[in-house]
Design a protein around this ligand. Structure first.
Ligand SMILES: *Cc1c(COP(=O)(O)O)cnc(C)c1O
Length: 356
């Protein structure tokens, strides 16, 4: 049976990418060597790194005033690396508390500067994105999480503030176009919408670096990674290679504008069925519903296991909700085709017939 993978992360990637990557594991360039055994400083791998960076720049329209880095340590390392590089200990900075990852980012930033949590939707179990964001020019930046992977909320438009944004885009980067000029820094762990776990994309405005007075360990200083083209130390070569293949795939499909339309359609089809089907409901505020992670619940939660089994009989896997929300979460990242969403919707319809 064909498996439709709705996992939240690590998550689905294009099948063609798996095929090409598996060939590169055996024989990368036809000279009998695996990509896993060649030097990261060989010309064959440098070509991969250069193409990966060029694709990020092309797909997101990023000019030379921003550096594009492929680092390791996950988005969780960026929670402290960003404030470490951007702030003095006495600086003030604004953070929004919109979910588990946002609150982890806050916790880390508090070690490194004076953090104002300017808004929070915690009282609502993070089921909406608070719009009452008030910052002042004392704040060096506003940190936001563009898509809250666990709670299924996503900014349809980014907050309009007069200070730069720093954004965790781990679970929706490359799902839609955005204007990088509003951001001092964007970071994203690869394993949701860009590639396998093991590398983190960082896009940082070069002119903001070098202004903090603190001593930064070499591996945590963006400037070292910029000077060395993301090869200050041995980079995660395979995750970068696979991410590059995913970005090639995305470019060939037409880029992030085309992808946004597809994502909008997929999300609409799924949310429409949740609204139509009397057995299910979506707990997330209408305006803030994510096009990447669709959370939904059964009115009769006693039937949860039955629906999981039923969906599985259609090949739909990975839809159990996060333990902090319960119910179901269908992650419909870029690589999830319309067909997969249609199959899940069909499973919901037949479930209604059997148990409704
Ligand atoms: C998964 C996720 C993280 C954590 O990423 P790691 O790479 O595991 O550190 C952070 N933020 C968001 C929005 C995520 O979805």
């Amino acid at each position: 049976m064909y498996i439709h993978n709705f996992s939240a992360g690590p998550s689905i990637l294009p099948k063609t990418v798996f095929e090409e990557a598996s060939k590169a594991v055996i024989d990368f360039t036809g000279n009998g060597l695996s990509i896993l055994e060649i030097s990261h400083r060989s010309k064959d791998f440098i070509k991969v790194m250069d193409e990966a960076e060029a694709l990020v720049r092309e797909l997101l329209s990023i000019k030379d005033d921003y550096a594009v880095l492929f680092l390791s340590g996950g988005a969780s390392t960026q929670f402290f690396m960003a404030p470490m590089n951007l702030l003095k200990q006495t600086d003030k900075v604004a953070y929004t508390d919109t979910g588990t990852w946002a609150s982890k980012a806050i916790k880390e930033a508090k070690l490194l500067a004076e953090v104002d949590v300017v808004t929070s939707s915690k009282d609502d179990n993070y089921m909406h994105l608070p719009k009452d964001i008030v910052v002042n020019n004392q704040h060096k930046y506003l940190h936001i999480t563009s898509n809250n992977t666990i709670y299924g909320t996503q900014y349809a438009t980014f907050p309009e503030v007069a200070i730069p944004l720093v954004c965790d885009m781990s679970s929706d980067i490359f799902s839609r176009p955005f204007d990088i000029n509003k951001f001092d820094l964007v970071y994203a762990g690869a394993q949701k919408n860009m590639g396998p776990a093991g590398t983190t994309l960082v896009i940082v405005k070069k002119s903001i670096l070098g202004q903090t007075e603190r001593k930064i360990p070499a591996m945590l200083d963006y400037r070292n990674h910029i000077e060395n083209g993301s090869m200050y130390n041995t980079p995660p070569v395979f995750p970068i290679y696979v991410s590059m293949l995913v970005l090639r795939w995305l470019k060939n499909l037409g880029g992030v504008g085309v992808m946004e339309k597809l994502n909008t359609t997929k999300a609409a089809v799924l949310y429409n069925e949740i609204e139509r089907n009397p057995m299910f409901y979506c707990p997330v505020h209408q305006d803030d519903r994510s096009k990447m992670n669709v959370n939904f619940l059964l009115h009769n939660s006693d039937l949860e296991q039955k629906f999981l089994d039923h969906a599985k009989s259609y090949g739909c896997q990975g839809i159990a909700g996060h333990r902090s929300v319960g119910g179901f979460r269908a992650s419909i990242y870029n690589a999830m085709p319309m067909e997969g969403v249609n199959v899940l919707v069909e499973a919901m319809k037949t479930f209604e017939k059997s148990f409704g």
